[in-house]
Design a protein around this ligand. Structure first.
Ligand code: ZN
Ligand code: ZN
Length: 192
């Protein structure tokens, strides 16, 4: 999507949902290749007491003093308007439910304002492939993992649930070594 248009759309939607400059909100571009958008809220912090050494005990309240909605220029330029809009609404929902991360309160708000309510921006294979040089296959579930550089330590896929069995280590290879089996659409490593 055109970046100028995307910024316009974002400001439009922020205003619609009350995240205005009068309320301390602003828009920013970021260069992230991993997340399509981010939301930072400036939490109001209340001092609720002191420790014996005199340190302040703070609690962050659920109200905010505004914040920033950020969009990745890299991912916005690849995404279409619907995807950008969904990212914006995802971040606005964070702005409206500070401290709730991706819990049910956030999700309800996200759905209410018209976002698909998915937990996070799912990186499409297209974007992953563009920015990565190294692809890893999970021997257990076949999921592809992408890295820019070859990882120096062993890694396991989420599906292994931290069992760390040697046979289930992600198998890394450079992209040029991959062969894609078109019939099953499963990517396998070329043996040599
Ligand atoms: Zn989120
Ligand atoms: Zn897996």
């Amino acid at each position: 999507m055109d970046l100028l248009r995307a910024k316009e759309l974002c400001l439009e939607l922020m205003t619609k949902h009350g995240l205005t400059s009068e309320n301390g909100w602003s828009f920013e571009w970021i260069k992230s290749k991993n997340s399509a958008g981010k939301c930072r809220t400036f939490n109001s912090v209340k001092i609720v007491g002191f420790t014996t050494t005199g340190r302040k005990i703070k609690t962050s309240t659920n109200s905010t003093n505004g914040g920033i909605i950020m969009l990745s220029s890299f991912i916005t330029s690849i995404h279409n308007e619907d995807e950008v809009k969904d990212t914006i609404l995802h971040e606005i929902a964070h702005g409206l439910t500070p401290g709730h991360n991706h819990d049910s309160v956030w999700r309800r708000k996200a759905l209410e304002i018209g976002c698909n309510g998915e937990r996070c921006f799912a990186i499409t294979e297209e974007i992953e492939e563009k920015k990565s040089n190294i692809v890893g296959i999970c021997p257990k579930c076949n999921k592809k993992h992408y890295m820019v550089r070859m990882p120096k330590t062993n890694r396991w896929c989420m599906c292994t649930n931290r069992t760390f069995i040697a046979e289930e280590k992600i198998q890394w290879t450079t992209k040029s070594n991959l062969v894609v089996d078109k019939t099953t659409n499963i990517t396998r490593r070329r043996l040599h």
